[in-house]
Design a protein around this ligand. Sequence first.
Ligand SMILES: [Zn+2]
Length: 255
Amino acid sequence: MNITDTHTHLYSEAFDKDRSTVIAEAMANGVQRFFIPAIDSSYTERMLELKNSHPEHMFLMMGLHPTHVKENYKEELLHVADMLREHPFVAIGEIGIDLYWDKTFLKEQQEAFRTQIKLAKKHKLPIVIHCREAFDAVFEILEEEKGANLFGIFHCFTGSFEQAKSAISYNMKLGIGGVVTFKNGKIDTFLNKIDLKHLVLETDSPYLAPVPYRGKRNESLYILKVLEKVASIYGKTTAEVAEITTQNSKVVFGV
Ligand SMILES: [Zn+2]
């Protein structure tokens, strides 16, 4: 099987003690492609090291995460722009709006999101959206920026069927992760009404571990639980779903 984890923070401190084991176990079980979202400039060096250690398997994104949009966000955005000139990246992410943790910097989050969408268009790259308690605010900006040159992934999609259809209308794939295995996750109730060509799989590790690991550190290996759940929702084999969602990830990222 060739499974693609489209969203994994493998450079996180959570993996400092056993990163190479975590990667080796995932690869031994069919997870071959790891897409690495950025958070802020403090992690850039670690991300580049990760890419160097497994150049064929790791694909890096560049961007400023909405929960890290603070007083210094303009400097951080300059770092993003500089890095895009210096290294190959496959997406701008993760970017977006998060009103769950803190609303103080909403205006700055909106500005950072717009600026990074423009960077994505300039570099002809997809965006990977982080949206928490912020669907209206995110859709407002997508509506302004929509067009053939705007495309990407709605990472960790947790919205309603209507919101899923909206996201797809803006050329976004839905990133499906551990939430699909949660009893109260809700997306499992309508997912089969959405064509599989719109889905990619992800873990968001070390966060959001699927059942039966819920609450523990998440790993790319656990994407198998997400894969099994999605396969059962669609009445397909895990091999079929791995194949289709990997193909979808290639369409988005171009690799
Ligand atoms: Zn993330």
